[in-house]
Design a protein around this ligand. Structure first.
Ligand code: ARG
Length: 501
């Protein structure tokens, strides 16, 4: 690029007065001032904006677009603004404008060179992505902690028999370990979605300018590198406009909140039945009923699905049908995601703590594991294994269940035999011996017999827990690698800045 086009590369210019610099105030001083301003909420991206400013200024100087001296003065001013904090910024339409004004206050008119070759449109998009990366890593980290506590509790309870439910009706005996490991698997997918959302968030829009690029000879890759972004958002119009990364991140958060809500609901129900006792730390009491110990933390966790889904709906509705490229509606888009991430991270870590500290009442769970003839399927399986068509076996067991409905003993080998005589015209014991029927009626034996891969038999659950731990370790490495790349970039940016200050 020729020197003319880089004409901002002048020595400090004392001829321009501050009045000229702040002329845009003319558009936002009226009754709409507060409505227009995002300054308060922008505290969330204050640090991000400073990093983005620093990286941009370093790049401008490296490219010879601004002089090294001016870059040094601006960078020193940014340090001072950083130390003073977001609350020290004076009024402005947003954090970008307020920081720029603060730079100009400190440096003089040359401070205005900071905004060369960019727009607030690419700037804000970069700040949101920069900040959201950290939030998404925190969210992913809480899912790891939750998986850890689910798997630890699961490993303790591979032999703790309980009734499993479908339609909230007792269905087949399983174990607490099998149940908890099922949630560890679901949360594992939540982690993967959050990391995916991170990877698509991790691209730099800076240099897209308003949407239409810039005549300055900028180096977008260098800025991306200084800010730790994995790549540049290629198309300048896309760079300034795209918010699908917000939708993806918020969806991943809402899905995780939905997972949490199911877990929370189960625990509330289990607490009601006395199957689980929450630690006092995760319980609440009643202001009037002195005996009450309520699972409020899980109820609130369950409710966070409402918050997260609400934010997702709000966000998608805000984005729907927006014309290309930047529209001010976008100012109200990212706060949805930030609110969602705050709520979900809190709920997720509460759920992890509640699971880690809860006590399962193994005795009561075992007593009630065959409620509602939950071993019925096991009996039908046994008959089918002996050669009876499964449908016929199902019929025999269903009739036995009906017959036993009003007896205290429930379904016994004798009841089953009686039904077999009626339906098959021969004794049940032509097919199976009595001992295996007795064993199939026992919840613990029933669980042990279901040793297909992924089934509840203790050795299967133990194997699946160890596979889940491997995935957890890999995800942990993935998270650490991303954190390290960000830390490296922070260091790179520091060094870049140190070259001028
Ligand atoms: N505060 C604005 C936002 O969050 C920054 C971008 C303003 N751009 C503009 N053309 N008015 O979206």
């Amino acid at each position: 690029m020729d020197a003319d086009a880089n004409s901002n590369n002048d020595e400090p210019n004392e001829d321009v007065d501050s009045e000229t610099v702040v002329r845009r105030d003319r558009f936002s001083g009226g009754p709409a001032r507060e409505f227009l301003s995002s300054l308060t909420g922008d505290s969330r991206i204050f640090e991000a904006d400073l990093a983005v400013d620093r990286a941009h200024v370093v790049m401008l100087a490296e490219q010879g677009i601004i002089g090294d001296d001016v870059a040094g003065e601006i960078l020193a001013a940014l340090d001072a603004i950083d130390s003073a904090g977001h609350s020290d910024l004076s009024d402005g339409e947003d954090v970008h404008e307020a920081i720029e004004s603060a730079v100009i206050d400190r440096v003089g008119p040359d401070g205005g060179k900071m905004h060369t070759a960019r727009s607030r449109n690419d700037e804000v998009a970069t700040c949101i992505r920069y900040r959201l990366r950290a939030d998404l890593l925190d969210a992913a980290e809480t899912t790891l902690a939750l998986r850890e506590s689910l798997l630890a509790a699961a490993a303790e309870h591979t032999e703790t028999v309980m009734a499993g439910y479908t339609h909230l009706q007792p269905a087949q005996p399983t174990t607490v370990g099998h149940y908890l490991a099922s949630y560890a698997a679901a949360v594992g997918r939540d982690t993967a979605r959050l990391l995916d959302a991170y990877d698509r968030t991790n691209a730099s829009p800076l240099g897209g300018a308003a949407f239409a690029g810039t005549p300055f000879d900028i180096d977008r890759k260098r800025v991306a590198e200084l800010l730790g972004f994995g790549r540049v958002v290629d198309n300048a119009m896309d760079a300034a406009s795209a918010r699908d990364f917000l939708a993806e991140a918020t969806a991943a958060l809402a899905i995780h909140a939905t997972t949490l809500s199911g877990l929370a609901e189960d625990i509330v129900v289990f607490a009601n039945k006395g199957y689980i006792e929450l630690s006092d730390d995760y319980s609440s009491t009643s202001s009037i009923m002195p005996q009450k110990k309520n699972p409020d933390t899980l109820e609130l966790t369950r409710a966070v699905a409402g918050d997260a889904t609400g934010e997702l709906t709000g966000l998608l509705t805000t984005l729907k049908g927006l014309p290309r490229a930047y529209n001010r509606d976008l100012q109200r888009a990212h706060p949805h995601t930030f609110r969602a991430v705050d709520a979900v991270v809190e709920a997720s870590s509460i759920a992890a703590g509640a699971v880690a500290t809860a006590d399962w009442n193994a005795e009561l769970l075992a007593d009630e594991a065959d409620d509602g003839f939950a071993t019925a399927t096991g009996i039908a399986d046994l008959l089918a294994m002996a050669g009876l068509p499964f449908r016929t076996a199902h019929e025999v067991v269903a009739l036995a269940a009906e017959e036993a409905e009003h007896s205290d003993d429930g379904v016994t080998a004798a009841v089953l035999d009686g039904v077999a005589e009626e339906v098959l015209g021969e004794s049940l014991f032509e097919y199976v011996d009595e001992a295996s029927v007795e064993s199939a009626l026992d919840p613990a034996e029933s669980v042990a017999s279901r040793d297909s891969p992924g089934g509840p038999a203790a050795e299967q659950v133990t194997a699946s827990i160890s596979r889940a731990r491997e995935t957890l370790a890999t995800d942990n490495d993935e998270l650490t690698a991303r954190r390290e790349r960000l830390a490296d970039a922070t260091e790179r940016l520091h060094q870049g800045v140190d070259g001028y200050v």
